[in-house]
Design a protein around this ligand. Structure first.
Ligand code: SF4
Length: 336
C-alpha cells in the first residue's frame, strides 16, 4: 500500500517499500531530433502521436496533485523535450506551483541556442545535457545524424543564459567512447560543468545491443584515479549519482551505476510519459494510465487517490541483471 505521511505543510509520499517518493520525471514527448544507437533502433518509427499526448493543462493538473502529495522535484525530459512546441509555457505553468522547489530539464542541447534564455526566464534553474563524445565524427556515428557543433554551441548558450549547474551525462561504452573519459573530465573542468558517467541499460532492443558494450564504471573510476586526485563528495539534486571531487577544483564527477551497483533501495522517483502513462519503475512495466481519468473529468481529490493507487504498484527494484530481455520499450519513451 502507498501512503501519504508528514503533515499538510510537508506531506510525504511513501511507496509500499517505505521509500519517500519526491521526484517525478516528466516526458513531454518521445520524439527526438537525434537517433542515438543505444536509445532508438535503426529506422525506428514507433513514436506516439501528438494527439495522444497530455496537454500542458493536463500535465499541470497531474504535477499539482503530486505536489499536494509531497513531490518536490520535477525533471522535464523527452525524447528531446525541446522538440515539443512552446515548452517554455509549460515550464512557466509548473514553475507557478509553489511546492515544486526543483524544476530542471534533460536535453541533448542541440536546440538550446534557440531556447535557453526563454527556459531560464520561465523557471528552469538547471539542466542535464547528454554528451557521449567530444569528437565530431564519433558524435555523428553515435547519434546517427547529429552535429557536435550545435550541441557545444547550445551548451555555451545555456551557460550564457545563466542556467546552473550544467551537468554533462556521458554513457560510457567499451570500445565506443571509453577512451575519452579523461578528455571529458578536462572539458568539464574548463567550462565549470559537473560530469556524470552512466552505465548502459538493456532498455529495448537498442539498449540491449548497446549493452554488448557495457562497461562497469568502477573500471572508469579506477582509471581516472590514476590521473586525477579524486576524493568522495556529495552534490544536491536527488539523483542516484555517487560523486567524487577532483581535489583542488570545483569539479564533481558522478557515477550512475544501475547495473554494477543499483540504487533501487533509495529510489525516490516515478515517471510520467507524454501520453499520460505513469511508470512506477524504469526497469519494469508496472504502469497506470492517467489520461482516460483526466479526460473523463476526474476531480482533484479523486486524482490524488488514483495516484496513491498507482504508487501501490511500485516494484522494489529493476531486473536488468536477471532479466535483461524484459523491457521492450525504448529509452526515448521515458527519457531515462
Ligand atoms: S530501476 Fe526502478 S526501483 Fe530502481 S531506481 Fe530506477 S525506478 Fe527506482
Amino acid at each position: 500500500m502507498a501512503t501519504q505521511a508528514g503533515n499538510a505543510s510537508k506531506p510525504a509520499l511513501i511507496d509500499p517499500h517505505g521509500r519517500r517518493i519526491d521526484y517525478i520525471r516528466l516526458s513531454v514527448t518521445d520524439k527526438c531530433n537525434l537517433r542515438c544507437f543505444y536509445c532508438l533502433p535503426e529506422g525506428y518509427k514507433d513514436f506516439t502521436e501528438p494527439s495522444s499526448w497530455l496537454s500542458f493543462d493536463e500535465i499541470e493538473r497531474v504535477i499539482r496533485a503530486f505536489a499536494d502529495l509531497g513531490v518536490r522535484r520535477v525533471r522535464i525530459t523527452g525524447g528531446e523535450p525541446l522538440v515539443r512546441k512552446n515548452l517554455s509555457a509549460l515550464v512557466a505553468q509548473l514553475n507557478a506551483i509553489d511546492t515544486i522547489d526543483d524544476l530542471s530539464l534533460s536535453t541533448n542541447a542541440s536546440l538550446l541556442r534557440r531556447d535557453a534564455p526563454a527556459l531560464k526566464q520561465a523557471g528552469i534553474a538547471r539542466i542535464n545535457v547528454s554528451l557521449d563524445t567530444l569528437l565530431g565524427d564519433r558524435f555523428a556515428q553515435i547519434t546517427r545524424n547529429g552535429q557536435l557543433a550545435t550541441v557545444l554551441d547550445g551548451l555555451m548558450a545555456a551557460k550564457a543564459a545563466g542556467l546552473t549547474p550544467i551537468k554533462i551525462n556521458m554513457v560510457v561504452m567499451k570500445d565506443v567512447n571509453d577512451d575519452e573519459t579523461e578528455d571529458m573530465v578536462l572539458f568539464c573542468l574548463e567550462h565549470g560543468f559537473t560530469l556524470r558517467f552512466i552505465e548502459t541499460m538493456p532498455m529495448g532492443d537498442s539498449g540491449r545491443s548497446a549493452s554488448l558494450q557495457y562497461l562497469d564504471l568502477d573500471i572508469v573510476r579506477k582509471h581516472l584515479a590514476g590521473r586525477f586526485d579524486l576524493i568522495d563528495s556529495v552534490m544536491p539534486g536527488g539523483g542516484p549519482a555517487r560523486y567524487m571531487n577532483v581535489k583542488g577544483t570545483d569539479l564533481h564527477i558522478g557515477f550512475i551505476t544501475p547495473i554494477s551497483q543499483h540504487f533501487c533501495d533509495t529510489c525516490n522517483r516515478v515517471r510520467l510519459s507524454a501520453d499520460g502513462t505513469l511508470y512506477l519503475c524504469m526497469g519494469n512495466e508496472h504502469s497506470f494510465a492517467l489520461r482516460p481519468l483526466l479526460r473523463e473529468g476526474i476531480s482533484d481529490d479523486d486524482l490524488k487517490h488514483a495516484l496513491l493507487r498507482a504508487l501501490a504498484l511500485k516494484p522494489r527494484q529493476h531486473d536488468f541483471n536477471s532479466q535483461p530481455g524484459k523491457i521492450v520499450r525504448v529509452m526515448a519513451r521515458l527519457g531515462g
